[in-house]
Design a protein around this ligand. Structure first.
Ligand SMILES: [Zn+2]
Length: 58
């Protein structure tokens, strides 16, 4: 199993696992609802590098 949040890779919170927060859970949910969770082919492995989200860092 992965050791971190499925969205941003940070340590997951038991309450929101496999995510770190409700925000990431929402992101995943939105992906699921809008895109059918289609995994784009030919993209970099996002499990290794955290996605570039805007204003994700303080
Ligand atoms: Zn997260």
């Amino acid at each position: 199993m992965s050791a971190g949040c499925a969205i941003c890779g940070r340590p997951m919170t038991p309450e929101y696992r496999p995510f770190c927060s409700k925000r990431c859970a929402d992101v995943d949910l939105q992906r699921w609802l809008s895109g059918g969770y289609a995994i784009p082919a030919g993209e970099d492995d996002e499990t290794d590098s955290p996605p570039m989200t805007e204003n994700d860092e303080p």
